[in-house]
Design a protein around this ligand. Structure first.
Ligand code: BJW
Length: 250
């Protein structure tokens, strides 16, 4: 395994020639935009004394949906003025660079879209949407309004944040597409995730199993580091722009 703060010659060459590239991002890619991460002292880890594993859980929606809304209204307020950083921007350019590029994110902040990414597989939903608990209709949220008591305009059911909480299934089409792309890519980057939450953390493992060159971008080691071909130790906003000047053949 290669560990460094800059890409190896081998990776530069793979990057220049690759056709099928897949990326999985986590909270770390938005850290340099000022969005709190969950673990390792990030500010999205506790709400009114409750660990996020409890407030962001399926049981909590059953028990106290108002409190779940209060938590996500607070989080929407924290991110509403945040801007994409150099890491998001570098990845947005990769859509045009590779024949088959897939960006999969666990993040719910929508910053990949704001950076200009043309297609993002959002495995854990989006904080700026609500969904009806009865009919599953989805609605975009007004960014300056609180939504604790909103009712579905179609069936009068109660709305909830359109995010995937612990104990809930991921959107099946999104996850199946992410799995297919993980199996077929040549190069897989896992960026800014602690790789503790499944099934998302299984995607890099699948990519590796199917023969992809696996690269991690993270200032810290994770449970995935040991199976990576290359670990780039540093911030996404510093490492990803290093690929910008790499020649490529399409
Ligand atoms: C930087 C940086 C910089 C800093 N540059 N890097 C198999 C095994 C074990 C458990 C399970 C399993 N399968 C399912 C489970 C249960 C559970 C799970 O995984 N639990 C584990 C914690 C043990 N999974 C689920 O429940 C999932 N559902 C499911 O499996 O359905 C089937 C099922 C149904 C019914 C019953 C049981 C199962 C759903 C998981 C949904 C997770 N949702 C959350 C909350 C979303 C809403 C919200 O925002 O509140 O998603 S949890 C939270 O963690 C959030 C994130 O997307 C996710 C991942 O976190 P991430 O992105 O890795 O962030 P951090 O903070 O952990 O790490 C940041 C990283 O960035 C660090 O490494 C830093 O070093 C790095 N970093 N600055 C680059 N500048």
């Amino acid at each position: 395994m290669y560990i460094s703060t800059t890409p190896s010659e081998k990776l530069k060459e793979l990057y220049s020639n690759a056709r099928r590239v897949c990326v999985l991002t986590g909270a770390g890619i938005s850290a340099e935009s000022g969005v709190p991460t969950f673990r390792g002292g990030g500010g999205a880890s506790v709400w009114k004394g409750m660990p996020f594993t409890e407030i962001s859980s399926a049981q909590m929606v059953e028990r106290d949906l108002d409190e779940v809304w209060a938590w996500f209204d607070y989080r929407r307020d924290v991110i509403k003025d945040k801007k994409p950083n150099e890491g998001h921007i570098a990845l947005a350019e990769w859509h045009n660079r590779f024949e088959d590029f897939t960006l999969v994110t666990q993040n719910i902040d929508g910053l990949h879209w704001v950076a200009g990414s043309s297609d993002v597989i959002e495995l854990h939903g989006n904080i700026n949407r609500a969904r009806c608990v009865m009919c599953e209709a989805r609605f975009d949220l007004d960014r300056d309004k609180k939504h604790e008591s909103d009712i579905c305009q179609k069936c009068n059911g109660r709305l909830r944040p359109d995010v995937v909480l612990f104990g809930e299934y991921l959107p099946i089409n999104a996850f199946e597409r992410a799995m297919r792309k993980s199996r077929s890519c040549e190069l897989f980057f896992v960026i800014g995730t602690s790789a503790l939450v499944y099934p998302a953390a299984g995607l890099p493992e699948i990519a590796k199993e199917y023969g992809a060159y696996l690269v991690e971008v993270n200032p810290e080691t994770t449970p995935l580091s040991s199976i990576c071909d290359e670990v780039l130790q540093g911030r996404a906003g510093e490492i990803l722009p290093m690929f910008k000047h790499q020649a490529y053949c399409k």
